[in-house]
Design a protein. Sequence first.
Length: 68
Amino acid sequence: MRPERQHQIWRSEAGSRLWLSGLIAAMQHAERPEVRREPVAPEILVELRAQLALTASFRSSPISTLRH
């Protein structure tokens, strides 16, 4: 998916919820002992760093209109 399309999707309320649900699912998977023992493939680390950099670039603009 193109980055500008990705930005547009997760800036919506439904997109924010979907993104957060995916993050929670990934964290729950990663915390399992059998998963933690496995080495991480270099290409996954590259993708993770790219995703984290993308997310950080949007911190200056509001992500959601939800009231917490």
